[in-house]
Design a protein around this ligand. Structure first.
Ligand code: BLA
Length: 236
């Protein structure tokens, strides 16, 4: 289900100057005890970004996952790119969340970085879920224009790949926005907000319970803290 989307993502990263980095062996590829599920992760060095991670989990027709987060450099206040795609094949249920994850919830910030996503959302009304988020706080690190779909994955009006490509292309356009005449967030503030993003997500992410059930508690703890959200660990 998500291989073509992963290809789209890789192609897009490479065409923006990205190079693949090594991932620590224990996180690069890991099999469940039953050997019927595998999780693979990738890291990219992309100009303008301090970390770009991608994770693909394959549990057959039980579950497929494609998850990615791209953190811009601390000198750049633009939103974090957030991608979470889950396909529960047996049930035919798709959960798709695509967002420019805002560092702050301020009008001037939204006006500067979210015009593209706003337009995109109008083009894909199906991705306007009227379902409330029940785990996450939609006002914390989510934008009002988050593309959010929960439901039947077999009868989507548009191909997910098309929506995904449009979404990525729109994110890259942020880099081409002209300078604005207001005070940007300082690198120190940006760093603080990235750290708080990781801490918040490490605590709340439903992935932990999922990983625990497939890969055991120790691996799940390590993966969430050290690979998914490394800034959640106080390294001072
Ligand atoms: C939901 N994400 C979920 C769920 C799981 C994951 C199991 C619950 C799905 C359900 O049963 O309905 C899984 N999350 C993962 C996995 C990883 C992960 C496997 O991080 C890591 C590999 N989540 C993100 C990012 C966003 C995000 C970047 O990681 C933002 C784009 C959003 N995931 C998100 C949202 C929900 C979700 C909004 C719905 C939960 C809710 O209703 O609050």
């Amino acid at each position: 289900m998500f291989n073509p989307i992963l290809e789209e993502l890789n192609y897009s990263i490479i065409s923006h100057g990205g190079h693949q980095l090594n991932v620590e062996k224990r996180f690069q590829e890991y099999f469940s005890k039953k050997k019927d599920t595998v999780i693979r992760s990738f890291l990219w060095d992309v100009p303008g970004f301090r970390r770009w991670r991608v994770t693909r989990m394959d549990a057959g027709d039980k579950l497929q996952v494609l998850n990615s987060v791209a953190y811009p450099n601390f000198s750049n206040e633009q939103p974090i790119l957030g991608i979470d795609l889950l396909w529960f094949g047996k049930k035919g249920k798709l959960v798709a969340v695509l967002d420019f994850q805002p560092l702050i919830q301020k009008d001037h910030y939204f006006r500067r970085y979210f015009e593209g996503l706003k337009t995109l959302k109008k083009n894909y009304p199906e991705f306007y879920s009227n379902k409330e988020m029940n785990l996450y706080d939609s006002k914390q690190y989510f934008s009002p224009w988050v593309l959010f779909y929960v439901g039947d994955g077999n009868n989507l009006k548009y191909s997910l790949r098309e929506v995904f490509k449009d979404f990525l292309d729109t994110y890259w356009l942020i880099n081409t926005l002209p300078e604005q005449n207001y005070k940007n967030l300082t690198p120190n503030k940006i760093k603080e907000l990235h750290i708080s993003y990781d801490s918040y997500n490490a605590e709340i992410d439903p992935a932990h319970a999922l990983f625990k059930s497939y890969f055991g508690k120790q691996w799940a703890d390590d993966f969430v803290q050290e690979f998914l959200f490394p800034n959640s660990i106080n390294r001072k």
